[in-house]
Design a protein around this ligand. Structure first.
Ligand code: DX5
Ligand code: ZN
Length: 220
């Protein structure tokens, strides 16, 4: 599939040198920076919040893609929008009022998306698909980098692609978890538009080469 965008996940970067790590992947061709927010409540891990996003923002010439793995979400939507998040996604089960949270994101001028865990069915999108800029399909259970890709994500991405195309909508499909050059071809062919990659990019000695390899395979 043509023009797949690559979003390196900073979760696997060296947080002591975050601006430098961001610069290396932006110069290496990253289209977005994926920023994972974990709260030790919705997921069993704790990362960083709006303060770190604010510090990173002046060092990023590409959009910042904030993936909220928190419960609840509304107060953090406000905080991340205020510090320059460009896209904000959240897990529908973590908001009491999913439609309201989506409107909150869009009202701040950010792009809005829902995140589907491996066991979350596509039917959660039924009444909100037209309100979304993107859907993030998790191909691991959220909480940690470096986990193995769950193959049931592939038929799910294909079904989501059909659902979006049949509705005539322009909703991007983003995939997160275990993405590597090895599975990028199948992901691109299934209809993914944006590939998140943490360990596959930051674990590589040459990050630019890792980004290029994923993009090349996804667009074959
Ligand atoms: C996991 C995070 C991912 C993570 C992916 O909960 O949402 O963004 O960084 O890491 P890899 O690409 O190593 O699976
Ligand atoms: Zn993520």
């Amino acid at each position: 599939s043509p023009s797949v965008r690559i979003a390196p996940s900073l979760l696997s970067a060296d947080f002591a040198f975050l601006a430098q790590e961001a610069r290396v992947v932006i110069e290496g061709g990253a289209d977005l920076l994926h920023f994972d927010v974990m709260d030790n409540h919705y997921v069993p891990n704790l990362t960083v919040g709006p303060l770190v996003c604010a510090a990173l923002k002046p060092h990023s010439s590409v959009p910042i893609d904030v993936h909220l793995m928190t419960r609840p979400v509304d107060a953090l939507i406000d905080s991340f929008a205020a510090v320059g998040a460009d896209l904000i996604t959240f897990h529908p089960e973590a908001s009491d009022h999913v439609h309201r949270s989506l409107q909150l994101i869009k009202g701040k001028g950010c792009k809005a998306g829902l995140v589907l865990n491996p066991a979350t069915p596509l039917t959660v999108l039924d009444h909100v698909l037209g309100d979304l800029d993107l859907v993030l399909v998790m191909s691991v259970n959220p909480g940690f980098g470096g986990q193995a890709f769950i193959p049931s994500a592939l038929p799910k991405i294909r079904a989501l692609r059909r659902m979006i195309d049949e509705a005539g909508l322009n909703v991007a499909i983003e995939v997160d978890g275990g993405v590597k050059a090895d599975n990028a071809f199948e992901l691109g062919a299934a209809g993914a538009d944006i590939l998140v990659a943490g360990s596959a990019v930051f674990g590589a000695r040459d990050r630019a080469q890792a980004i290029a390899a994923i993009r090349e395979r996804a667009q074959q």
